[in-house]
Design a protein around this ligand. Structure first.
Ligand code: BGC
Length: 912
């Protein structure tokens, strides 16, 4: 991966960095910047580490952090920036830096030593973070571009611009270069080159934002790309989200522009600074003839500007670049990861349904693009069109892509074999139509570049049920394919927006699979930046589409995700920084739409519930639809509950009392209006109405069972043991069924293969998750093959229930873990791992000859309560064997024997 300097956020993976001699060692140092919506203050990064040991029961008792301004100083224990001294604490995550005030560009080298109950660790290997440009005055560079159109620009409708190219040559002194750092933002997207070498491997950077509020810049250590004497730097700019893909229709910010500052420090002191300004040269007459995310990219290799990013290139025909106005947003270091090519896949087949029209099958609905190898005559044009599915005749099915043109065009320069891939577009596709290829194309001419945010993989999950494994795999492809510096709804049609509702509980599931902390921290900031003066929160953020429909279920994600970040990563900072905005939003909703304790406003209903007939997108049958006010009010109640929790966390007891009081009033009004105590039904008795009321704790005491029975009856009866909910209800379905005693029904729903189910999608060839339960038959106008919203709480259920890995109730960040697997009939084994902020948690169980065998790993400095399934009660022999392993027996509960275990690796077993 690229050699960038990351500023305040730096993950230095020091995997298993133990020297081998110590019993316990400190590993995986991470420096994370706290959430900071106000931007450029990066002065209090937070530091985390993990302990590693082959021993059991390792607990941290004290730690000491040293931070120095150079590696040499750190090695000599000369902590000129911060010496935390011995701190008596078991805390190993998010310890706030509290040393000398940090200034721009400071490199901070740090290490940690821990005292544990099993001895003192050695010092960890050193890690590093570097401060960004903290003050606007650190930027000498000017926003640079050409704020005007060129002959091939298409400025309305399906807008297209040729890429803009900028270059500058400069001279460095004849002295040794100690360090060179490039700070850059190029909007919408940039690619930078120094002396013809690409800077970093990231693609489609920087991360998208509302550029009128915040603009992210990237930083790279480019020392090795420079040399004494003449040098050159080149930057290509694409449209991204800055030059809108649709005018009118999608938010538009203006012509591409950039800001760039290259700082070169010499070993013997002094520096050269190269900045973007009107001394640069520019052209729109390069090989990228058009680009945008929806419609694709056109590249004419005959127009390549050979050597343009190296010294000595003749740019006499180029224009003088201009200093242009800033897009308005403040510049902030980008703390979420860039996008990159994360995997490469080979196509599986080529067909020719129509003479001269070839169809490439990638074998997988993927997101990214094709890398193509082609040889032919100069001027020959190869056209690639991308789609998720095929028509019966074997040609592309494009109807569900709406107006997206999804076309890449490559014009050959001739002679040699040419290799090409686009720079500023991506597609969601399994199939590619190839026309104009100079010869018969074969699978060997193409590679699929799988493109998404550089999020680390944190989870693995497998069961004995192939269908569950396929669903998990489809979810994995869909989730990662929709990370684009924001979580998008879909990657293929002319939409690709950060719809809030799609990610409410889904993000919790995602957090098991990927380290999404900084992505979602960034997204919460996007949401806040999109909040209106009056308090309204939109349904889409960043608000490239302006959708302020005022409902609870979509904007509520703002609060739900802040809670997820706290629970899964133990990070309270997002709650603290967004609390006031959340409160303002709730006050706004209450004032406008609350009538006698009922939240009357909703917009989407239980979006995409399975409709009564196959061609429908939305159900028309009132008995299937959940009342708008039921959705509004249950969500309103839930958000009040979360805000009460947040208020207590932030030490605002008066607020907490107020939220609790409001919640009580809402609950009473809601039950008075919608609950029928005779029947135990809410409203028109949909599963979603009953389920939300139950899972959110709104049901009057004593009626829980009756309400739950209605959920079961409806599911088993009218829906024949199938899902009946849309995006909203499905967020609680698997957990609700399991918590109230029917995990078997949850498993049934998870493994169904007929309509409606995730398995049905797979039976119909899905390799990702569909937008609609009836995605193979419904109207194409809203029918993506790669949405994640219908996953609901399925992934949470896989990890927390089937594998049984979760926070102890009331606990966060996996400091105290609850391991409680569900050994359901029909499953022979489940193997899962999750790299939490405290380290690796594992649960691998199998049933063998009536015995439950369970391998459990609990990370150092944490402990767990394990629920060992033992159908007939635990025998003394099994119990003693487990106690000998170091576990402490707590008691039996239902069909589980409960033990407390300290950190370590265990093998537990009991008869089922
Ligand atoms: C999007 C969804 C979104 C919904 C809400 C759709 O077009 O693809 O994911 O949540 O609209 O209206």
């Amino acid at each position: 991966m690229n050699k960038r300097l990351t500023f305040c956020f730096l993950t230095v993976l020091m995997l298993m960095g133990c020297t081998g001699k110590e019993a316990v060692s400190v590993v995986n140092l991470r420096c994370e910047q706290r959430v900071n919506p106000d931007g450029i203050d990066c002065t209090s990064p937070v530091l985390s580490w993990e302990l590693s040991s082959a021993l059991r029961d390792v607990r941290q008792v004290e730690y000491r952090i040293l931070v120095a301004s150079s590696l040499e100083k750190l090695k000599a224990d000369e902590a000129d920036l911060w010496d935390s001294k011995q701190v008596e604490s078991d805390r190993s995550i998010q310890v706030a830096y509290a040393g000398t005030a940090l200034s721009s560009r400071t490199a901070c080298y740090w290490k940690v030593q821990a005292v544990t109950n099993k001895g003192v660790t050695g010092w960890s290997k050193p890690a590093r973070w570097t401060m960004g440009l903290l003050a606007p005055s650190d930027w000498e560079a000017k926003w640079t571009g050409l704020d005007r159109s060129f002959p091939d620009d298409v400025l309305e409708g399906k807008t297209q611009l040729p890429a803009r190219y900028f270059r500058k040559t400069f001279s460095l002194e004849n002295r040794k270069i100690e360090k060179a750092t490039l700070y850059i933002s190029g909007l919408g997207f940039y690619e930078a080159y120094i002396n013809a070498k690409r800077v970093g491997s990231q693609v489609m950077s920087p991360t998208p934002t509302d550029y009128s509020k915040v603009i992210k810049y990237n930083t790279f250590d480019v020392t090795r790309l420079l040399s004494k004497g003449d040098n050159a730097i080149g930057v290509t700019l694409g449209n991204g989200r800055f030059f809108s893909m649709r005018i009118p229709g999608v938010r538009h910010f203006g012509y591409p522009k950039m800001i760039l500052q290259l700082e070169v420090d010499y070993a013997d002191g002094g520096k050269t600074v190269v900045v973007s300004d009107d001394t640069w040269m520019a052209t729109a007459d390069g090989p990228i003839r058009s680009n945008n995310e929806f419609d694709g990219e056109a590249y004419d290799a005959r127009k390549e500007l050979t050597g343009w990013a190296a010294p000595g290139f003749n740019d006499a025909g180029w224009l003088q670049a201009e200093i242009v106005p800033s897009p308005g947003g403040r510049l902030e270091a980008q703390l979420n990861r860039n996008i990159n090519v994360m995997e490469t896949i080979r196509p599986v087949a080529v067909s020719e349904p129509v003479p001269g029209v070839f169809i490439l099958d990638m074998g997988q609905n993927m997101v990214g693009w094709l890398r193509m190898k082609v040889k032919g005559e100069e001027g020959k044009q190869v056209k690639l069109r991308f789609a998720e599915t095929l028509k019966e005749d074997g040609t592309l099915y494009l109807d569900n892509l709406r107006g997206a043109l999804v076309t890449d065009t490559y014009t050959l320069k001739g002679k040699q074999t040419e290799t090409w891939e686009p720079s500023f577009t991506y597609h969601g596709f399994r199939y590619v139509e190839i026309t104009g290829f100079p010869s018969k194309p074969s699978v060997d001419n193409f590679e699929g570049q799988v493109v998404y945010d550089e999020v680390d993989l944190t989870g693995t999950f497998e069961t004995s049920d192939p269908m569950i494994n396929r669903i998990y795999k489809n979810a994995y492809w869909g989730i990662r394919g929709n990370y684009r510096g924001m979580p998008t709804d879909c990657p293929q049609r002319d939409e690709r927006m950060g719809w809030l509702g799609d990610r409410a509980v889904g993000s919790h599931g995602e957090s098991f699979i990927f380290d999404i902390r900084n992505l979602y921290v960034k997204w919460l900031n996007d949401i806040e930046q999109a909040q209106r003066e009056d308090g309204s929160i939109p349904d889409v953020a960043p608000n490239y589409w302006s959708v302020y429909s005022d409902n609870m279920t979509w904007p509520g994600t703002y609060v739900i995700i802040a809670n997820m970040l706290y629970e899964q990563y133990g990070d309270k900072a997002p709650i603290a920084s967004h609390y006031d905005s959340m409160k303002r939003w709730m006050a706004y909703m209450c004032e406008r739409y609350m009538v006698d304790g009922i939240m009357t406003k909703d917009r989407y209903g239980d979006w995409c519930m399975p409709p009564e007939s196959p061609e429908l997108v939305h159900s028309q049958d009132p008995s299937r639809k959940t009342d708008a006010a039921v959705l509004g009010t249950t969500f309103y109640f839930r958000i009040l509950y979360l805000l009460e929790r947040f208020a207590l966390l932030l030490d605002k007891p008066d607020d907490a009392v107020d939220f609790a009081r409001q919640a009580q009033a809402v609950r009473e009004a809601y039950n008075a209006k919608y609950f029928n105590p005779e029947s135990g039904q809410y409203s028109n008795n949909t599963v979603t109405a009953n389920l939300l009321s139950l899972c959110y704790g709104m049901v009057p005491a004593g009626y829980e069972e009756a309400v739950f029975n209605n959920i079961i009856e409806k599911t088993a009866g009218e829906f024949d043991n199938h899902v009946s909910t849309g995006l909203v209800g499905v967020q609680w379905l698997m957990r609700g069924l399991s918590d109230y005693g029917r995990p078997d029904l949850a498993l049934r729903i998870a493994t169904n293969r007929d309509y409606p189910s995730w398995g049905y999608m797979i039976e119909h060839d899905a390799t990702t998750i569909w937008e609609l339960w009836n995605g193979n038959t419904a109207d194409p106008s809203m029918n993506s093959g790669n949405h994640v919203m219908l996953l609901g709480d399925l992934i949470v259920w896989f990890y927390e229930y089937l594998a049984g890995i979760r926070n102890m109730p009331g606990n966060v960040g996996f400091k105290e873990i609850e391991m409680k697997p569900y050994p359901l009939d029909g499953l022979d084994y489940v193997t899962a791992s999750f790299h939490s902020v405290h380290g690796l948690v594992k649960s691998a169980w199998k049933k063998e000859n009536g015995v439950f065998h369970w391998d459990v790993t609990i990370p150092c400095n944490t402990s767990a309560t394990v629920y060992l399934p033992c159908g007939k009660g635990i025998t003394d022999e099994d119990k003693e064997a487990i106690e000998r392993e170091g576990a402490q027996f707590v008691g039996t509960e239902d069909n589980y024997a409960v033990f407390k275990i300290p950190s370590g690796v265990y093998h537990l077993k009991a008869a089922l």
